[in-house]
Design a protein around this ligand. Structure first.
Ligand code: DOR
Ligand code: ZN
Length: 341
């Protein structure tokens, strides 16, 4: 008999679905895999107001395949121009679930991000007051800081102070990649959590750099060495409610990835749950997948857990070499679990 795994339907607490043609291409994948997803606001121009987010939300709903049962959870992009009134308006909207902070220049479409975190302290106070989560791209951007150290230095330089000065601010350190990030989150209060991507659970930096440079493994924060991957696996399978699923699925067209200055981002929405299942199985911890994928994120965001289920079967399939103009993570390779659709 075919081996199967049934879990409560999961949610993705960090994804990029873009807009326009890419939205049309990727949204069916996310909506098949997940009941809900936190939609990152780094469009061009960024989504900074409730009004813009509601327009974007409508565009997403229009792009859903008929019969899809999927709820986009919108976020706003925090900039130096964000006001305390913007935060109050977001808190009053049922559609908005968090603010995202990108240090200026940290990653794709982050030019509008915050150059000096000290200047937005009144905004952090407003987020704390209105109980809206702050989602952090936790990397410093100074040129002098080595790219492999940027997350650790962000924690030392900024996150320690933010969590000290705003002790009840709910913070998600997004897409953690280092043992230092895991240690920080474990030691912090229950108001501090982290998402972990499939690529950071499955690969270390060799995947990107050995045997030729592999642009489809380039994302930010960049893949780290094996000991960090091990720390992330241990966090994900620990059963701690502080760590939950966030794919950071980040589609870019192939020409922008396979480029002399390639964009950061791995496209994983097509098979996100299968990728995570593979990682949990390798760690002999399939029993820990459901909490990570389906419970802890909803609890952190103070949303009800989903009540329906999804089933995966143990059967090998080959990931296509492309989905239209987008090359998926592990293109052309196999996965050993398949979501029954
Ligand atoms: O690799 C990444 N891609 N990291 C990010 O933080 C942003 C994302 C994107 O939007 O492409
Ligand atoms: Zn992201």
């Amino acid at each position: 008999m075919m081996k199967t795994l049934t879990i409560t339907r999961p949610d993705d607490w960090h994804t990029h679905v873009r807009n326009g043609a890419i939205l049309q291409a990727v949204l069916p994948h996310t909506a098949t895999q997940f009941a809900r997803a936190i939609i990152m606001p780094n469009l061009k121009p960024p989504v900074t107001t409730v009004t813009q987010a509601l327009v974007y939300r409508e565009e997403i709903l229009q792009a859903l395949p008929t019969g899809a049962n999927f709820t986009p959870l919108m976020t706003l992009y925090l900039t130096a121009a964000t006001t305390v009134e913007d935060i109050k308006a977001a808190a009053e909207s049922d559609a908005i679930h968090a603010f995202k902070l990108y240090p200026a220049g940290a990653t794709t479409n982050s030019d509008a991000g915050v150059a000096n975190i000290a200047t937005i302290y009144p905004l952090l106070a407003a987020l704390e007051k209105h109980q809206l989560p702050l989602l952090l791209h936790g990397e410093v951007t100074d040129e002098s800081c080595d790219i492999f150290d940027r997350e650790r230095v962000f924690i030392d330089r900024h996150l320690t102070t933010i969590t000290r000065d705003f002790p009840s601010l709910r913070v998600v350190l997004e897409h953690v990649t280092t043992s230092e990030a895991v240690q920080f989150v474990v030691a912090a209060g229950d108001n501090v959590a982290a998402t972990i991507t499939p690529q950071h659970l499955l690969f270390n930096r060799n995947a990107m750099l050995v045997g030729g440079i592999k642009p489809h493994y380039y994302c930010l924060p960049i893949l780290k060495r094996e000991s960090h991957r091990q720390a992330l696996i241990n966090a994900a399978i620990s059963g701690s409610a502080k760590f939950f699923l966030g794919t950071d699925s980040a589609p870019h067209t192939r020409d922008l990835k396979e480029n002399s200055c390639g964009c950061a981002g791995c496209y994983s929405a097509f098979g996100a749950l299968e990728l995570y299942t593979e990682a949990f199985e390798q760690a002999d911890a399939l029993d820990k997948l459901e909490g990570f994928a389906s419970f802890y994120g909803a609890d952190f965001y103070r949303l009800p857990r989903n009540t329906d289920t999804v089933t995966l079967e143990k059967s090998t399939w080959t990931i296509p070499s492309s989905y239209g103009d987008i090359t998926p993570l592990k293109a052309g390779e196999t996965l050993s679990w398949k979501l029954i659709r």
